[in-house]
Ligand binder design. Structure first.
Ligand SMILES: C[S@@+](CC[C@H](N)C(=O)[O-])C[C@H]1O[C@@H](n2cnc3c(N)ncnc32)[C@H](O)[C@@H]1O
Length: 216
């Protein structure tokens, strides 16, 4: 099982009044659905910033977020996205989805699975995505599901699109993390480790992939 508790420092709390209630809500969803939630604590603001770092977004671009949860990456996106960018969050958990809709008015959330991103984009009359940022617990997933979501992601991205995800430093040598990293490289022409974020418990590494491989 994978855990992603963040460090809640005293200096961080005043800027993030939702942090404690988010964490408790997240924990309660983990108890209900440990497999698909995959962590007991939401990611830190710092990890959210690293996930979005240096992504150029223009008005008209489509940005998709997988598994927004309680919204640590969503908050950063909300601040950084230029006006006119089309955001779509895809959240599998019905209660987290309801909470996101309440908490981020004006942003669009779909209750569904990242396995069906091209169909979900079509349903919302949106074109291919420039950027997909993922909070999914890939290391907890069976390879068949990892493969299905990666294919869906590749098919949903523009030819010059970028996919970002993260892994925990502690799980770098886990067989499921190794096989996920091998699998994701098969779906993209370019990949690099964007950043390591220590202010997240456990510390995490952001992985960035671009130029999806075309195919079936
Ligand atoms: C590890 S939590 C991360 C939440 C948040 N992004 C963060 O970093 O704190 C994983 C999230 O992915 C959602 N999720 C799991 N499987 C999913 C799927 N197939 N499609 C969309 N969301 C999914 C879970 O409900 C949960 O909100």
């Amino acid at each position: 099982m994978q855990y992603c508790p963040s460090v809640m420092s005293g200096s961080e709390l005043p800027h993030h009044p939702h942090r404690l209630s988010d964490a408790l809500h997240f924990l309660s969803r983990f108890i209900t659905r440990p497999g698909s939630i995959g962590s007991v604590w939401p990611s830190s603001r710092q990890l959210g910033e690293a996930m979005i770092d240096e992504i150029a977004m223009q008005p008209g671009d489509v940005v998709v977020e997988y598994g927004p949860g309680t919204g640590p990456f969503t908050s950063v996106l909300k601040e950084r996205m230029p006006k006119g960018v089309e955001y779509l969050g895809i959240e599998f958990d019905p209660e987290l989805h309801r909470n996101l809709v309440r908490r981020f008015p004006g942003m669009r959330f779909h209750h569904g699975s990242a396995e069906e991103t091209p169909e979900i984009l079509a349903h919302h009359k949106l074109g291919p995505a420039k950027f997909v940022v993922s909070g999914l617990p890939f290391a907890n997933m069976p390879p068949t599901l990892q493969r299905k979501i990666l294919k869906s992601t590749r098919d949903a991205l523009r030819y010059d699109g970028t996919f970002r995800t993260f892994t925990y430093l502690l799980s770098t040598l886990n067989p499921s993390t190794i096989s996920f990293r091998r699998l994701v490289r098969e779906h993209f022409h370019e990949h690099h480790t964007a950043k390591t974020v220590m202010i997240n418990f456990p510390p995490a590494r952001v992985l960035s992939y671009s130029r999806p491989v075309q195919g079936d």
